[in-house]
Ligand binder design. Structure first.
Ligand SMILES: Nc1ncnc2c1ncn2[C@@H]1O[C@H](COP(=O)(O)OP(=O)(O)OP(=O)(O)O)[C@@H](O)[C@H]1O
Ligand SMILES: [Mg+2]
Length: 606
């Protein structure tokens, strides 16, 4: 039989990533070995699990290991495992394409970014990192339980060849045809035993399979989570291994439970949010082991979605190796572990020193706030560690406890205003009187804020109160005479603007603006309305309330003009309403009409 060699093209995203690798953006090229060993280790894990589940599988499982082999003369390094291997189709789909969700977005971002290294560290380039150190890569693989192997080869330049091979050993052999050593570019001699040994010790010591070079096993194979004497450096390397992050974690957490349900956990808070934190298919970061045997990545039963950025490992003693995701979802013990992990994470964040906390909150606060909706049990704990922008300070966020401490005498509520940007909120007319009278107002500008603040209701017995909703009573008493003076105008405006608003009343929240629009306590905010529209939801027009500032020149003039039955007043009413809309960052329904009215009015004043 003559071997059939085919030449295939890489998928275009894959091609772009390969280009990045060839013109390497990583300054730390040694990490290619970590990636290849990590893949080999995964393949061994998979085979062990597969053999356990399928007793018919004809595969060698007695001596599972990773092996490094060098040839200094030929300048090659080979990384071999006798794990699960790949079929031809798997090679094409796993190595020839990138199936990760968000790859296109990632590449687009990468084009704009200056700090490409940081971004790529978050993405994880896996197998392709071989091309940082090699100008040609050959991969021979045979899927355990099948007889025919596959040979794959590429220089990373757009195409690869693939052909069947007959005598391939079980598992995968990756041979790197190394680029010349270039110490200046941090590209070392990867045929040198000492170099390889130190890289393996540094990055892969805790891999649970032996990594051999000749007769020697290079790694200690100790599960890091089971050791109480591990150093921060070891934690950091382990974190990088499981997360594919290039920088050390912000914080490490170790948990241990003994007794009827024994488990150990090692969790990490990353220092930086991954680029896809808010993408829908984003996975969770906790791996499940059972008695040191890897069971699954992305164990959603162990970590709620709002903590999807937490990375780590949980090793449970009393589960079956056969557990499935479905079983885990219903398992009461797992549920208990999860509750404990969540508590631990929240406590750890609470105890972070100031500077680390600030980093954490800037990176993950938005995700964490989702927990205010999803995790009612921990609401209070999440509110305690949350920080918000506030009128108290232009550049420092505040915790709620500090807000409460600063509350004015007689102030009962935690005031807040939602909006699209801090600037929009700060310039909103609703804020005027609160500012004037020295009440602090939280400035909430994350989309999620619109959602939780209604659901949560209160913190430490203090209700959250939107300053753009309901009646506010900042003025001590209402002035009956003033009410009387404006009665006619208010009634007339109400009927004139009937299509736009459900009521018109005098306001005590304005000092320098003539008018603003407010909602009833249960009305949707304009920002939320906009969000729903942006998501393509049909929204009925929501009528809110127009409030007028009785002390403003314009409003007084309007009152007098109305009393004197002047013409064109309806247009003036429309303008006042339009200005109030614009001031809160809302959209006019008919901008050209507004400008035309405005221009005519202005002309009359000149
Ligand atoms: N030694 C191997 N044995 C079996 N399959 C492998 C091996 N190396 C790679 N693969 C397959 O190729 C896929 C792509 O590998 P790659 O390292 O690029 O990404 P990954 O391991 O899935 O993700 P990442 O490395 O970013 O965590 C793997 O998911 C795996 O299915
Ligand atoms: Mg990998």
């Amino acid at each position: 039989m003559t071997a059939q060699v085919e030449t295939l093209e890489f998928q275009s995203e894959a091609r772009q990533l390969l280009q990045l690798m060839i013109h390497s953006v990583y300054s730390n090229k040694d990490t290619f070995l970590r990636e290849l060993i990590s893949n080999a280790s995964d393949a061994l894990d998979k085979l062990r699990l597969e053999a356990f589940r399928d007793k018919e599988l004809t595969a060698e499982t007695d001596d599972l290991h990773v092996e490094l082999e060098t040839d200094a003369a030929a300048r090659t390094l080979t990384v071999r495992d006798n794990g699960i291997g790949m079929t031809r189709d798997e090679v094409v789909s796993l190595i020839g394409t990138i199936a990760k969700s968000g790859t296109a977005e990632f590449l687009a971002k990468l084009k704009e970014a200056k700090q490409t290294e940081e971004l790529i560290g978050q993405f994880g380039v896996g197998f392709y990192s071989s091309f940082m150190v090699a100008d040609k890569v050959t991969l021979v693989t045979r899927h355990a339980g099948t007889s025919e192997g596959v040979r794959w080869e590429s220089t990373g330049e757009g195409t690869y060849t693939i052909e069947p091979v007959e005598d391939a050993p079980q598992g995968t052999t990756v041979t790197l045809h190394l680029k010349p050593e270039d110490r200046e570019d941090k590209l070392f001699d990867y045929t040198d035993a000492a170099t390889l040994t130190s890289i393996v010790k540094k990055y892969s010591d805790f891999i649970t399979w032996p990594i051999k070079l000749g007769d020697e096993t290079l790694n200690s194979m100790k599960a890091l989570w089971a050791r109480s004497d591990a150093t921060e450096e070891e934690y950091a390397e382990f974190y990088k291994h499981i997360s594919h992050d290039w920088q050390a974690p912000l914080e490490s957490m170790r948990l241990q439970a003994e007794g009827t349900f024994e488990y150990q956990a090692l969790l990490f808070l990353p220092a930086k949010a991954p680029f896809d934190l808010f993408m829908r298919e984003r996975k969770r970061g906790v791996q499940l082991y059972v008695k040191r045997v890897f069971i699954m990545d992305d164990c959603e039963a162990l970590m709620p979605e709002y903590l999807r950025f937490v990375k780590g490992v949980v090793d449970a003693q009393d589960l079956s190796l056969n557990v499935s995701r479905e079983i885990l979802q219903q398992d009461r013990q797992i549920e208990r572990i999860r509750r404990r992990l969540v508590k631990k994470v929240l406590q750890t964040v609470k105890a972070l020193p100031e500077e680390k906390y600030r980093t954490f909150w800037a990176e993950f606060g938005r995700a964490l706030k989702e927990g205010l909706l999803d995790d009612a049990d921990n609401r209070e704990a999440i509110l305690e560690i949350a920080s918000f922008d506030s009128t108290h300070s232009a550049d420092e966020q505040t915790k709620l406890a500090d807000y409460i401490e600063r509350m004015k005498e007689g102030q009962e509520h935690i005031y807040f205003l939602t909006g699209e940007t801090r600037q929009a909120v700060e310039h909103s007319p609703h804020l005027e009187a609160f500012q004037d009278k020295g009440f602090e107002v939280l400035v909430l500008t994350d989309p999620i804020d619109e959602m939780w603040v209604d659901a949560v209701g209160e913190f430490q017995g203090k209700k959250f109160q939107s300053i753009a909703k309901g009646q506010v009573d900042l003025d001590e008493t209402k002035d009956p005479e003033q009410e009387k003076e404006f009665e006619g105008l208010l009634g007339w405006l109400k009927s004139t603007l009937e299509e736009q608003v459900k009521d018109v009343r005098l306001s005590s929240r304005l000092t320098s603006s003539p008018a603003c629009i407010v909602g009833d306590s249960y009305d949707m905010t304009p920002t939320l309305e906009k969000m729903y529209r942006a998501m393509g939801q049909e929204m009925p027009q929501i009528k809110r309330i127009l409030e007028l500032n009785p002390k403003h020149e314009l409003v007084m003039a309007l009152r007098d003009a109305h009393a004197a039955e002047k013409p064109d007043l309806a247009e003036a009413a429309e303008l006042v309403y339009g200005m109030a809309l614009l001031a809160e960052g809302g959209d006019l329904t008919d901008p050209p009409r507004f400008t035309k009215l405005m221009a005519t009015r202005l002309a009359k004043t000149l």
